[in-house]
Design a protein around this ligand. Structure first.
Ligand SMILES: NC(=O)c1ccc[n+]([C@@H]2O[C@H](COP(=O)([O-])OP(=O)(O)OC[C@H]3O[C@@H](n4cnc5c(N)ncnc54)[C@H](OP(=O)(O)O)[C@@H]3O)[C@@H](O)[C@H]2O)c1
Length: 282
């Protein structure tokens, strides 16, 4: 559990001079006045230290939400993100917790409730891949991916359900993948975990539809993050050939879809899987 308020206050004093008289506002003062689509709401983004999760956390804060940052190991990245959010004038809380561990997620909820309050929006984004051909896949490769990608989504959703049910604007947004929809060589474990998220999204959407909580998934295609950085150049080229837009997606393009589903604009959408994949045929 880490708190940055002191550091950020200091940073802002150093970096943001008061406007000279008659010179108007600084950019940060202007940003703070923005009345976003999510002002007054609190969100938790899992796996927010890097990649897509980081962009989601930033985009939610830019729309006015207070944002709690979960991650596993990247302390420095999470700290930097928290500072960026604080600079926007939004509250944030940073909590490292392995989401595959039910007890750790419970401890995160207790801490969040104390320091940020109950959440309205849960973005289940954290995920990993351990790619290899099925013939070489070991039980630990299967178990690890399922534990984080699918059981982790269960843990966070189950533990924060109480908050979401109490909210007048409950939103669950699960990040699945095009691989969960179409399969992919070397990713049987990953595809199973992401397909599981789609089934879970649809079933839970039905259970919660009458309780003001929407449950949706976003299925990104191939997005430029460290997850894709490990793919050899030859295979990257082959993937791009299959994408009608002939490019990989950017994390910010996924984040914009999350903001839409989190906002009041998506109030009548639930149980939906929104593809953000550059037009790939499924
Ligand atoms: N990139 C793509 O092409 C793509 C496509 C479709 C779907 N997705 C999905 O989008 C999500 C984000 O992917 P990404 O590409 O942004 O990945 P990434 O850059 O590798 O970042 C993964 C994030 O998940 C966190 N994480 C990993 N294991 C965790 C655990 N046990 N508990 C809590 N947090 C954990 C990491 O935290 P640390 O930094 O502390 O390790 C990091 O913040 C994943 O669910 C992924 O499956 C990605």
């Amino acid at each position: 559990m880490r708190n940055f308020r002191g550091i950020v206050a200091e940073m802002m004093q150093q970096q943001v001079p008061a406007p000279a008289q008659g010179m108007g506002e600084t950019p940060i003062q202007r940003i703070r006045k923005i009345d976003g689509k999510l002002t007054g709401l609190k969100a938790l983004v899992t796996g927010a230290s890097r990649g897509i999760g980081r962009e989601i956390a930033m985009a939610l804060a830019e729309e006015g939400a207070d944002v709690a940052i979960n991650y596993n190991r990247s302390d420095d990245d999470a700290d930097t993100l928290a500072m960026s959010i604080e600079v926007m004038g939004k509250n944030t809380w940073v909590y490292p917790a392995d989401i595959s561990d039910y007890g750790k997620v419970q401890a995160m909820k207790t801490s969040l409730a104390k320091y940020l309050g109950p959440i309205d929006i849960l973005v289940n984004n954290a995920g990993i891949n351990v790619d290899k051909l099925f013939s070489k896949m070991q039980p630990e490769d299967w178990n690890k991916v399922l534990a984080i990608n699918l059981i982790g989504v269960f843990n966070c959703t189950r533990i924060f359900l109480e908050d979401l049910l109490a909210s007048k604007h409950g939103r669950i947004i699960n990040i699945t993948s095009i691989v969960g929809q179409m399969g992919n060589i070397g990713q049987v474990n990953y595809a199973a975990s992401k397909a599981g998220i789609i089934g879970m999204t649809k079933a839970l959407a039905k259970e919660l539809a009458s309780k003001s909580v929407t449950v949706n998934a976003i299925a990104p295609g191939f997005i430029e993050t460290s997850m894709l950085a490990g793919v050899p150049e030859k295979i990257r080229e082959r993937i791009i050939e299959q994408i009608p837009m002939k490019r990989f997606g950017q994390p910010s393009e996924v984040a914009k879809a999350v903001v839409f589903l989190a906002s009041g604009d998506a109030s009548y959408i639930t149980g939906h899987v929104l593809n953000v994949n550059g037009g790939q045929y499924l």
